[in-house]
Design a protein around this ligand. Structure first.
Ligand SMILES: Nc1ncnc2[nH]cnc12
Ligand SMILES: [Zn+2]
Length: 337
C-alpha cells in the first residue's frame, strides 16, 4: 500500500466486529483505576506494565487481562473505558463497532451486571450523540467456566436491555463450544445474535462445532480453518464471516510474524474475512494499524482492504437499512478520494 492509499484507508469509514472492551484498558488508565479503587497491582508504572506485554500464548495473555479487570469497579470506570475506545473509533473513522464484554469476571469481583452495563450504555449513547459513532454490545461467556448459571445471566442482561448478541471467549484449548449449546439456544430464542471464538488456538473441529451446536453467525478468529479443506469449502460456500485479528495472533504466538499470517490465503480462498483489533491495548495497535501493517507485511492490495470493509459491513449485525447506508457511504468516500 503506498502513502496515498494509507491516507485513503485512514479516512475511509470503517467497521470493527471483534473488540473486547476490557482489552482496550491502556496502562495509564489501569494505574489510575488501581489507585482510585485501592487495588494492588504488581506493577509500579506504565513501563512495567508494558514490559509485561510479552505473551507465550493465549493463557499467558488472559492471566494479565483478568488481573487488570479487577481494577474496573464502578459505573464510571466502565463509562470511561468505553468512551475512550469510542473516541478512538471517532479518530479512526470507525463508524460502527460491535464490542464484547466479559460480565462473569466482573461478577466475580463483586461488580453487578447493572453497574457494568449502565457505564457501557452511557458511553455508547454519548459517542452516538457527540460523534455519530454507532455501536452494538455483545455479552461473552467465558468458555473455561461452567455453563451453569449462564442462562440466568443472559436473562438478567435481557431484562436490563442493551445487548445485541452473545459470544464465547477465553481459554479455547480443551474447551469445545458444545458445553454452551443450551445457553446459545436460549439466546437464539430471544432473537439475539450469536458468535464464538473458534480456531484461534483450538482445532478446526471447534469451528464446525460452533456452527453446528451454537448456530453462530460469525466465527471470531477462525484462522486454523486453513488446516481443513472441507471446512474452508463450507466457510466459503456459506460465506460465514471470520473476524481475524492479525496483531493478536502474532502477539499470542499463533504466527511467528505478520509475514507468516494466513489472512491473505483466507482471502484468496474466497472467505468473508474481516480485520479487527481484538485487545488493542495489549497487542500493539488499533484497527487501522492492524490493517496497514498486515497489508504491508503480506503485500495485499488496496482493493482487498476495501473488500474487507465491505465484508465487515455485510457481516455486521446492523439493521439492513443501516448496512445499505454504510455501503453507500463507503462507495461515495471512494468516489471522492
Ligand atoms: N483473543 C482472545 N481470545 C479469547 N478470549 C479473549 N478474551 C479477550 N481476548 C481474547
Ligand atoms: Zn477476541
Amino acid at each position: 500500500m503506498n502513502t496515498q492509499e494509507k491516507k485513503k484507508l485512514a479516512g475511509m469509514p470503517k467497521v470493527e466486529l471483534h473488540l473486547h472492551l476490557e482489552g482496550t484498558l491502556e496502562p495509564e488508565m489501569l494505574l489510575n483505576l488501581a489507585e482510585n479503587n485501592s487495588v494492588s497491582l504488581p506493577y509500579r508504572n506504565v513501563d512495567a506494565i508494558r514490559a509485561a506485554y510479552r505473551f507465550a500464548d493465549l493463557q499467558s495473555f488472559l492471566n494479565l487481562y483478568y488481573l487488570a479487570t479487577q481494577c474496573l469497579r464502578k459505573e464510571q470506570d466502565f463509562y470511561s473505558l468505553t468512551l475512550a475506545y469510542l473516541r478512538h473509533c471517532r479518530d479512526e473513522n470507525i463508524a460502527y463497532t460491535e464490542m464484547f464484554f466479559d460480565p462473569q469476571t466482573h461478577l466475580e469481583h463483586g461488580v453487578p451486571l447493572t453497574v457494568v452495563m449502565a457505564g457501557i450504555s452511557a458511553a455508547q449513547k454519548e459517542a452516538e450523540r457527540e460523534w455519530g459513532v454507532l455501536s452494538g454490545l455483545i455479552l461473552c461467556f467465558e468458555r473455561d467456566r461452567p455453563a451453569e448459571g449462564t442462562i440466568a445471566l443472559l436473562e438478567e442482561a435481557e431484562r436490563i436491555g442493551g445487548i445485541i448478541g452473545v459470544g464465547l471467549d477465553s481459554a479455547e484449548r480443551d474447551h469445545p463450544p458444545g458445553k454452551f449449546q443450551e445457553t446459545f439456544a436460549v439466546a437464539r430464542a430471544l432473537g439475539l445474535h450469536r458468535v464464538a471464538h473458534a480456531g484461534e488456538e483450538g482445532p478446526p473441529e471447534y469451528i464446525t462445532d460452533a456452527l453446528d451446536t451454537l448456530f453462530v453467525e460469525r466465527i471470531d478468529h477462525g484462522v486454523r480453518a486453513i488446516e481443513s479443506p472441507e471446512l474452508l469449502r463450507r466457510l466459503r460456500e456459506e460465506q460465514i464471516p471470520l473476524t481475524v485479528c492479525p496483531f493478536s495472533n502474532v502477539s499470542l504466538g499463533g504466527f511467528g510474524s505478520l509475514q507468516q499470517h494466513n489472512v491473505g490465503r483466507l482471502l484468496d480462498a474466497g472467505l468473508k474475512v474481516t480485520i479487527n483489533s481484538d485487545d488493542p491495548a495489549y497487542f500493539g495497535g488499533y484497527l487501522t494499524e492492524n490493517i496497514i501493517a498486515t497489508w504491508e507485511a503480506l503485500g495485499l492490495s488496496f482493493e482487498q482492504a476495501v473488500q474487507v470493509q465491505v465484508n465487515a459491513i455485510e457481516g455486521s449485525f446492523a439493521e439492513e437499512q443501516k448496512k445499505r447506508d454504510m455501503l453507500q457511504n463507503l462507495m461515495s468516500y471512494l468516489d471522492q478520494h
